[in-house]
Every structure is written in structure tokens, then in C-alpha cells.
Design a protein. Sequence first.
Lengths: 428, 428
Amino acid sequence: MNTRIYNVRILTMEEGGKITEGEVWIEDDTIVCVGQPKETAKRKWDLEIDGKQNLLMPGFKNAHTHSAMTFLRSYADDMKLNEWLHTRVFPAEAKLTGEDVYWLTKLAILEYLTSGITSIFDMYMYRKDGARAAIDTGFRNVFCESINDFGGTVEEVEEDYLTYNKDKSKLISYQLGFHAEYTTSREKMEGIAALSKKYAAPVYVHCSETKQEVEDCKKRTGMTPPVYMDTLGLFEHGGGLFHGVHMEEADFEVVKKKGLYIVTNPASNLKLASGIAPVKKYLNMGIPIAIGTDGPASNNCLDMFREMFLVTGLQKVLYDDPEAVPAMEVLKMATVNGAHAMGLAECDTLHVGKKADLILIDLEQPNMQPLHHIEKNLVYSGSKQNVKMTMIAGKVLYQNGEFYLDSSKEEIYKEAEKTVRRILKEQE
Amino acid sequence: MNTRIYNVRILTMEEGGKITEGEVWIEDDTIVCVGQPKETAKRKWDLEIDGKQNLLMPGFKNAHTHSAMTFLRSYADDMKLNEWLHTRVFPAEAKLTGEDVYWLTKLAILEYLTSGITSIFDMYMYRKDGARAAIDTGFRNVFCESINDFGGTVEEVEEDYLTYNKDKSKLISYQLGFHAEYTTSREKMEGIAALSKKYAAPVYVHCSETKQEVEDCKKRTGMTPPVYMDTLGLFEHGGGLFHGVHMEEADFEVVKKKGLYIVTNPASNLKLASGIAPVKKYLNMGIPIAIGTDGPASNNCLDMFREMFLVTGLQKVLYDDPEAVPAMEVLKMATVNGAHAMGLAECDTLHVGKKADLILIDLEQPNMQPLHHIEKNLVYSGSKQNVKMTMIAGKVLYQNGEFYLDSSKEEIYKEAEKTVRRILKEQE
């Protein structure tokens, strides 16, 4: 399949790159030309898209989510994290089946596509069904292991690591991880550390999301979560921390020394009253930051535009500094850094040889006018409404409000609704 | 013109009202039936809209904005308020003509319509041209007087008060106000207070937006801005404060005692690092709160969905309380309270006799699924993308992504761009 996208502005997201005009050519799932084509001979195209001077850029990478939690959207809001987890989330999740997760993940994928998200770092159970949902729709899903004391053995983790990293097309891949220090025994964490050593693989984990979590860990271990986990050898091959809101000096040092990514989830941290992560400080220390939506039960939406505005807006108030975290840094977090954090270096920029995971941004919406500064418009006034087209691995999955998937949105809504009804009934 | 909207879910926003199913009938600019019509005789309709089980609700009221500042969107970001005003905003504004304001206001109106905003409380110069933009497009604009030491006399204010409150259809109306304590002489403020007394009219003003503003006022007057302005007799007939971020105990008392509205602008307050308004405290004291986007130069977008999420999300973190400011309160602020703050009691709810300013929300977008709780979905996961139709005074101005106005969006963009180019050139 050969695709030509022409008459577009191009934001490659390569270091120091400016917006240029030209074309992007795609063969199967790979970009083969960016800019002004040198070739003069007429090619045969399977698909030609007139970009109408809109903006083509790499898709957003949602570097932390729990996709199938769509079923809990607006089910339990305005509650404290602990109460929320134990009285609402865990009992409802206990009733999920693999088939439920398949449809609930598909529901999340619909929303990712409307927000220009082309890959996710997904932490959830029933991985086989989550993978099926991604493959059937053509979506790119990097699983993050979430073993904890309620489920999973280190042997199963190793098996999954080998199974889900076999896919050469990389629609599906997998990274080592575990749920959190406070939900996982020392033995299991040591098991993960051993796997990390064996495969020279990075490790990802929820960390320092709430003040309580940090205090409890210090009581138990005498150390903060990042320092304690580091003593277990978990970060010898890098990895990342989801949230990283409540950090002490020693924690910043661990993150910096071990080359960890911070994946910030500002909307979820607001909604659950967890706090505001010190993103400006990470940035000043040269720590790479990626952005996640977190799951739809806590956020409640899967919208990279809302997250991007929050990433910079909250820092300005937190540090009393309107210059904090400029827009271009935020765009880099949402694209390039996200890709690298998830092990998707081949999906980071628009460049020959990279995967064709890209989005077309509608500049003909009033929130993008005038065109003083397109990158700033994206971060400060962009919205889902500006996503004209979402392409993953060279395939158009969403365009002008329509989905091009194996199931219709109506079918997905119906199946998701059925799951919700059943679980709520069982819950009574 | 008789319009029938059928097969819809209806959220009237009346106190204690639940979502019901039925129809809404409109004659000219007025709602004549809400719910299940009793009439059995067949009517003749000029327009029938199948709502397809989507949600009909009152349009959002943007209770603080500076519409024509669209020309400065993404022109000067990441700067401190004072520097931003004096080095970027004021010099550029000095070059505006009335014709510029006409087109720049139209650009803002396009964006309001995409966000389901049906009326605005607009503070800007060249009022005649702003009014022309609203009337030509069919948009509802309540002007807020912005006299200050750089322009305007009390006599002109009185003239405008009388001129812009003549419109019986109320597409255009006008409220007394002034820019801010720190930009307006005592004499002018006393002049406004006298007009307020003469016409028994409320007064609106930017107030306590930054810490600096409060400190400066205390140095000059020995009082905080709300207390000082109250001593001048400005609030004897109510009114409202835009921002109200940095408030002391005595300020809350003034607001409460004088029945003032607080118009909160959370995105602008983040972006300019002004702070987070104590919305939860206002709410607990029974002080009515409305929501504004502020102008597109500071925000930078005109999106009530982003504001609604911020109004509650920021409070949860500010007060370390995930239960702070529940979703239904936010929806009330964005609709009913906004209408009342702006003197548009006839546009507050869906009720027989009220003006037909209403919006149709697309529930068939993935961010609205499943339908556990539609009101919560609106506040926590809603987006501009969900606005299917915006009707003002019984006329459909925006539907399914298309505008139905006197000018095309292309013409508006072209004229706005022309203004921008000219001003930037003069600026050099």
C-alpha cells in the first residue's frame, strides 16, 4: 500500500526542526519521503490525501493509561484515591472477563484516535484480549507489566515478556514493570529486578503518586519509594516512574542517575487530589518527561490536548513563573519523549524509515487562527476537534470524524454498555 | 419561525431537575414547550431536528472575555502579566481600528459557537463594532464597561449604558463596570458609583487577579481592592468580580454582603501564573460563581469544557479534597449562574418563555460512553468535539461542524489575518 499526503505543513518533531511545506510518502507502514520529493517519475498511489495546508505531525504517545477502565468512567468521581480504589474500582474489576476487556479497550481506542493518540503504554489485566483489541483495530499498544500481590507470578511475567515482544511489526510490544511498591511484595519486586538484569530491560512502575504512599513507604522501609526500589536493583537498565508527584531530593537523584523517564498525568493527579508533579524541576535537571492520560476512571477522558495544556499551565502556577515549561517542550513530551519512554524509537518523528504513525491537525478551526505560532496554538488552544486524521502503521483509522476499524462504533458502544450493565447488576 | 427538536434527552438546568426525554419547541426566539407535548393537533414546522437521543441543554455563558483579542493568540505567551500587558498587549491594541475589532470579534464568535457558548460578557473597546459583529452573526453579547485612565469618560459610559440597553431582543445588552482599581482613578470610580446609584445597576470589574495588585492597592489605600472599592459605593446594587484569586477574609465578607458574583477564569489564571481562585470557599459561603474564558491572548482558547474541568480539578488539589466542587455545581456555574451574572435571566434554563439559547451535545462520541452519568461526563470528559449544534435566539448558528452565519469562516480568517499582518508590521 502506497500513500501520498500532499499540500501539507510538516512538523517532523526532529530536534530544532521548523515547520516546512511539502509531502509525506508512505510504503506499507513506513515513511519513505518527507518534504519536497526529489523523484520526478510518476508513481502509482493507492491513496492520495490532499492535506489542504493543514499540519502533519507525529501522533501523540499516551505514555500511561489503563484502557479498559472505560467501563468506570463517571462511575465514581469526587472520591479519595484509596477509598476509590478499594470500594469502587477493585470490586468492579474483579467481575471483568477477557471478552469485557476486549470491548472496553476498543472503546478506549476510539477515543485515542479522536485525540490523535497513535500509541499507548497500557497497564491492565487480560493482556491477551487487550492485544486482540489493538491488533483487530490496527492500533499500537505497548503493554506495561502490572504484577502485584493480587495477581501474577514472575514466571508469567517472563512468559509475557517473551510472547508480546515477538511481533516484528511492533503493533504489540511489552515492557517490564509492576503495579507499585505499596501493592507488591519485596520478593516479586526482586523477581522483576532479576528479569530486568537477565534481559537488560527497563522497568516501569506507579511511584510517588500520593503523599500517603511516600509516608507509608518511609515508615515501612526508612526510604522513599524511588530510593527503596533502587536498592532492589530495579532500575539498572532504566525505565520510568508513572506520576512522580511527591519527590524528595534523593528521588530526583535516583531518577537522574538511572536515566528514568517521568510520565506525568496532570489531569488524573488533579481529579484525585494527588498533587502537581514538579515538571519544571525535572526539565531543568534534564530528566526526560512523557505524558499520560492515566485511565478513564480517574481522568475521566483520554485527551492529549487537555493534558498538554495542564503540563505547562500547572507549572506556571506551581512555580509562580509564567515562563515555566514552554510549549515546544510540551509537544516534545507528548510525541518524541513518549515514544522513547515506551521503547518505540521508530515512531518518534516524521523521518524516512520511521513508522507512519501520524496525525493531520485541522488549522481551519477558529481555535487555530490566526497562525502566529502553530506549535503554541497546539499546546495552548488545541482540542480534539482539531484532529482531522489519525494514521497508524500507514493505515488511516480515523478521518473527518469517521472511524475505519473492524467494528463500528455502535457495536463497540453496545458491547461496552452490556458489560457495564452486567457488572453494576452483580455489584448490587 | 417554528422549530421542533425531537427525540432528545433534555437537561433543563432547573434546580433539582433530572435528565428527561422528549421535545423542545421554539417559536421565533422563545421556547414554547419542553418535555412531552400535550398538544395533539399537527403543527406546521419550519424546521424539525431529530436529536437522535443526544442531549439538549442551555448554552454555556462565558461570563468574562475580551473577544477581539483573538489577534494576539499565541503572539506573546509564557510571560508575566505586567510585562505581557505593557510590552505586548497595549502597544498592539493601540493600533486597532473599529473594523479590526469587527472581524476579530467574529473570529471569537466562531470559536464560541464550536464550544457551545451562546452568550458572552465581553469587555473591549470599539463597542459599536463589537455590537455589529454580534448582530450580524446573530450572537448574544452583553458588554461590560471597561473605562479606565487610558480611555473613556463617565458621560460616555452613561451614553453607552442607555444606548446598548435599548435592544428589546437582548442580543445586545450592557452592564456598568470599569477595567480595574489599579488602572482607574478614584474620580472615575466615583462616577461609576454614581451611575450605579442612578440606574440601580450592578458594577463589574477585574479584581484581585494577582498578588501584586492586592499588595499595591493596600500600599496606596490601606485596603484590599474589594474593600476599597466597596467604600466608594460601587457595589450597592451588586455586580461581580472577575478573577477573585487573591482574597482576604474581609474580601469574602464584602462579596457575600453585597451579593456579588465571582467570575472565575481558571485557564487564564494558570497561564499567567496568577494563582488558583478559592472556588470551594466561595461555594461553601453560598457566593454565586460563574465561569469565563478570559481573552484569547491570555488563555489562549475559548473553550468552556476546558474551563469546567479546571474549575473543579484545581480545587481538588488546592484543598487536598477530591470531593471539592462536584460536577453538577460546575455545570450550574457554566449555564445558570453565568446567565444571572450577566443579567440574562431569560437565557438561564430550558423552560417555556425563556430564550432559545441551547446546545445539542453529541453523546455518540467515545468520550461520552458509557452513559453512567451524563452530567459528570460533560464536566470531566466533555470536549468541543461534543458540540453538535449551537442555537441562539432560536436560530441554528452552528451544526455538525458547519457555521450558518452572514460571513464564511474563510472570509473571517482572511480579514483577521490581514489585521494581524498590518499590526505586526506597524509594531516592527
